[in-house]
Design a binder for this molecule. Structure first.
Ligand code: PLP
Length: 356
């Protein structure tokens, strides 16, 4: 049976990414060796790194003066590295969920944190607005897409200080104005590659200003200077990332991805607003994520969760159980998820409604 993969991360990759990576696992670039067993210093692999960085720059329209880094340790390591490299004394954070809270916790190990606003009062089901950012902070940190709660900051905010963003679960889903950011980071396992790779984009002149002496591996400047080849990079994950980037380009780039992502999200949110048994967790359409769509049963059907999960299983709909801190269901609709999969979910919801 065809499987529809709604997992939140690791998550669906394009068929192209999987097929091309599988080929290179057996024979990489005509070397007769696996991409997992050639030197990262070989000319063939250096070409992969160069092309990956060039394609990230091309697809996201990264301006001059920025560097792309291919790192390890996940977004969770960036929670600490971002303040370590960019915070002199004080930084502002917007608290929009558990990933943001974890970023705040790590930043407090480095310096003073001003929490400018939080949506904790409503279990993070909205994006706070109208908050003030003090002028004397080094940056404002935002989590553009809140994977667990299904909220998203869908336009790059205008603020009085540079932005730092965790874009783990929505990078490549929409065009970004990189020039507003000093740093963007993202674990690759949501919209790019298998786990093990972390993408970061940094404004070069934001570095080296803290006066802090940093361990070599924790210093962004090391990775900028060495083109992400200071030490052995995650070669297989980088190879897969390159295939995904090529696929994005073939499909018309990030604007084309954005268009189809909006169509997929509309299909599902429209059904959630129409269907009498289900409702979206995030009330304000402006704050609704187009990558992670959280929903629950209406109160009258609160005991039917397990029944719907059973129907979903029957239909090959995988990974729609909600995160434990929200409950209900979550459909992750990352770039690689075809609209047919969203239609299959909508059809299952209609069928479920007609049963009761
Ligand atoms: C998944 C996720 C993380 C954690 O990423 P790791 O690579 O597992 O450390 C952080 N932030 C957001 C927004 C995420 O979706």
């Amino acid at each position: 049976m065809k499987k529809h993969n709604f997992y939140a991360g690791p998550s669906i990759l394009s068929e192209f990414t999987k097929e091309e990576t599988a080929k290179a696992v057996m024979d990489f670039a005509g070397t007769g060796l696996s991409v997992m067993e050639v030197s990262h210093r070989s000319a063939e692999f250096q070409a992969v790194v160069d092309e990956t960085i060039a394609l990230v720059k091309e697809l996201l329209e990264v301006p001059d003066g920025y560097s792309v880094m291919l790192l390890q340790g996940g977004a969770s390591t960036q929670f600490y590295l971002a303040p370590l490299n960019l915070m002199k004394k004080k930084a502002a954070y917007l608290n929009t969920g558990s990933w943001a809270s974890k970023a705040i916790k790590e930043a407090k190990l480095v310096g003073e944190v001003v929490e400018v606003a939080s949506s904790k009062d409503k279990n993070f089901n909205y994006i706070p607005k109208g908050y003030k950012v003090p002028d004397d902070v080094d940056y404002l940190h935002i989590t553009t897409n809140n994977t667990i709660y299904g909220t998203e900051i869908k336009t790059d905010p205008d603020v009085n200080v540079p932005l730092v963003a965790d874009m783990s679960s929505d990078i490549f889903s929409r065009p970004i104005d990189i020039s507003k950011y000093d740093l963007i980071y993202a674990g690759a396992q949501k919209n790019l590659a298998p786990a093990g790779l972390t993408l970061a984009i940094v404004r070069d002149d934001a570095l080296g200003k803290t006066g802090r002496e940093l361990p070599t591996m924790l210093n962004y400047q090391t990775h900028v200077d060495k083109g992400s080849m200071f030490n052995t990079p995650p070669c297989l994950a980088i190879y897969a990332a390159l295939q995904t980037l090529k696929w994005y380009k073939q499909k018309g780039g990030i604007a084309a991805m954005h268009k189809i992502n909006n169509e997929k999200a509309k299909l599902l949110y429209d059904e959630l607003d129409r269907n009498k048994m289900f409702k979206a967790v995030v009330p304000d359409p402006e704050d609704r994520s187009i990558m992670n769509i959280c929903f629950v049963m209406e109160e009258a059907y609160a005991d039917k969760d397990a029944d719907f999960l059973a129907l979903a299983k029957e239909k090959g709909l995988v990974g729609i159980k909600g995160h434990r801190s929200v409950g209900g269901f979550r459909a992750s609709t990352y770039n690689a998820l075809p609209i047919e999969s969203v239609q299959a979910l909508v059809d299952a919801m209609k069928e479920f409604e007609s049963k009761y």
